[in-house]
Design a protein around this ligand. Sequence first.
Ligand code: IMP
Length: 176
Amino acid sequence: MKDEKLKLLLGGEEIAGRVAELAELISAEYEGRKVLLICVLKGAVIFASDLMRRLKIPVEIDFIAVSSYGSDTASSGVVRILKDLDRSIKGKDVLIVEDIVDTGLTLNYLRKNLLSRQPRSLRVVTLLDKPARRRVEFTPDYCGFEIPDYFVVGYGLDFNEDYRHLAGIYVLNPEC
Ligand code: IMP
């Protein structure tokens, strides 16, 4: 951790502004309905809690944990459920809340898995998207920011479990 360098990419205020915009959009599109947020642990926990407090519609939350990159920054391509949802999603309007879409493998798998549980609807909101890194086709329904192929930390995102607490989003070890 000590030799790692961080360069600010998105400040806390910029993130808060965009989260508020996303919440407005989602509140308008789900008007008259209750939405079930499914927060993908651990990275999306800060985004999900900020988004949830901005929504103007009835909202529930549940959590799912899937295997991630472990101690490396390269995707293994293997997705496994480490902690499943507490309750059934059958007939519910489900919105998966993710921190970042990279290769698309995680959300591609999660979408298929959750669709088989027969929700009324299923959409995905991600705070960040790195479209240049896709290995499978995946387009989120709502996205906060598209970013280049950087490894980023902060606002819930980690490197070996460090940096999740930072208010902004930083590029880890930028080349310049
Ligand atoms: P995907 O399956 O490759 O799309 O990866 C999704 C997951 O990889 C995210 O939920 C993150 O946990 C992790 N991830 C991908 N890119 C980054 C990054 O730049 N910083 C931190 N975690 C990342």
